[in-house]
Design a protein around this ligand. Structure first.
Ligand code: CDP
Ligand code: MG
Length: 138
């Protein structure tokens, strides 16, 4: 079964939105197969955001993502990668479709509440990147 990696980012955890966000995924019949609250370090974030190293927003992004705890989720379901990207909404909350998580809870481009892997291939890679830190075994 297809899997994806979701991060409830530090802004949303600080605002106590974890339960509401998880409910949105569950309401869409996706299975939460692992959930782990963790303070990310620079090392894992450089792997996770490897494609963005050197971009003008990279330092601010890493600072924010390591500033307080996040909740890393692994979700499973048919077509889960694409469904999660739809539920999350556009990267920029100001441009996100009403009803999406980023529309409802995002504060800005960096503090946009959630992450979801962008493809099945990337999801597999991201699950491996986070595996040690979130003690995910199966
Ligand atoms: O997360 P998503 O795949 O939608 O967007 P991305 O283009 O892969 O960018 C990764 C993350 O970098 C975003 O979710 C934003 O938090 C952040 N970002 C930013 O802070 N400023 C930008 N101009 C673009 C992205
Ligand atoms: Mg991306």
């Amino acid at each position: 079964m297809e899997r994806t990696l979701v991060i409830i980012k530090p802004d949303a955890v600080a605002k106590k939105l974890v339960g509401r966000i998880i409910s949105i995924y569950e309401d869409n019949r996706l299975e939460i197969i692992h959930a782990h609250r963790v303070l990310a370090n620079r090392e894992v974030l450089e792997k996770h955001y490897e494609a963005h190293i050197g971009k003008d927003f990279f330092e601010e992004l890493v600072e924010f993502m390591s500033s307080s705890e996040m909740v890393v989720l692994i979700l499973e379901g048919e077509n889960v990668v694409e469904i999660v990207r739809e539920i999350n909404g556009s990267t920029n909350p100001a441009k996100a479709r009403p009803g999406t998580i980023r529309y409802m809870f995002g504060e800005g481009l960096t503090k946009n509440a959630v992450h979801g892997s962008e493809s099945v291939q990337v999801a597999k890679k991201e699950i491996e990147i986070w595996r040690d830190l979130i003690r995910f075994e199966n």
